[in-house]
Design a protein around this ligand. Structure first.
Ligand SMILES: O=C1O[C@H](COP(=O)(O)O)[C@@H](O)[C@H](O)[C@H]1O
Length: 224
């Protein structure tokens, strides 16, 4: 891990982190014609998205992709794509471009190739924000998942389908090498349980604690 930043409260963390991510995207756009912003789903990042969506940036040059998607249709409350469309891709950020990680009416395994083709031109990721579950999963790299070892491999493809007991539905995830190639890497976590899980993960191999596979060079942001 590069740095562990502890904030007095989660509201302040979300505001500070939003500013930092927007600044890093701005920096990426100064040197390139476009930037790729890779973000988590789940319950944590909503307040960051709320702030960022109102911030001034050349959003039409930003390409947004999820770390992972739950293989459910967009009308499901579990859809990470729906969260993005509701929280980030609104207001000023409605100009940003979404790189899809879901295809209606197809199995994850069958959609993998065409979704990877859509992602490939936008790599490496300019700015990566990851979340983490209390079980030490990040993206959809779950402990005990069927394709975990393949997704951690340095030669992994860009995307992999993933099924795990703790995951609920089938998943699709960016793999560890794609996440690790990101030019700026952040992890956001809240609460004592996740902080304890992160501390445990630092002593465990990635097959037991997948978050530990992507911590190198990452700044971890924590608040109660
Ligand atoms: O299922 C998922 O979980 C993680 C963590 O979610 P949270 O609700 O505990 O914040 C998330 O980072 C990932 O993108 C998501 O698909």
């Amino acid at each position: 891990m590069k740095e562990f930043v502890e904030y007095p409260d989660s509201e302040l963390m979300m505001l500070d982190l939003a500013d930092r991510l927007t600044a890093e995207l701005g920096e990426a756009l100064r040197g390139n014609d476009r930037a790729t912003f890779c973000v988590p789903g789940g319950t944590t990042p909503g307040p960051i998205f709320d702030v960022m969506s109102e911030q001034s940036l050349e959003w039409d040059r930003v390409f947004v992709v999820l770390n992972d998607e739950r293989w459910v249709e967009e009308d499901s409350p579990r859809s990470n794509t729906a969260l993005l469309k509701r929280k980030l891709l609104v207001s000023k950020a409605s100009e940003a471009n979404l790189i899809p990680l879901f295809k209606n009416g197809m199995a994850a395994e069958d959609a993998m190739e065409s979704l990877a083709e859509g992602l490939e031109p936008h790599l490496p990721i300019s700015v990566l924000l990851l979340g983490m579950g209390a079980d030490m999963h990040t993206a959809s790299l779950f402990p005990g998942a069927d394709n975990l070892m393949a997704a951690l491999d340095a030669d992994a493809p860009l995307l992999m389908p993933m099924r795990a007991e703790g995951a609920g539905e089938p998943r699709i995830t960016l793999t560890a090498p794609v996440l690790n190639d990101a030019l700026n890497k952040h992890v956001v976590i809240t609460g004592a349980e996740k902080r304890a899980a992160l501390e445990r993960a630092l002593k465990l191999p990635p097959e037991e604690a997948p978050i530990s596979a992507v911590l190198s060079g990452a700044t971890v942001h924590w608040a109660e």
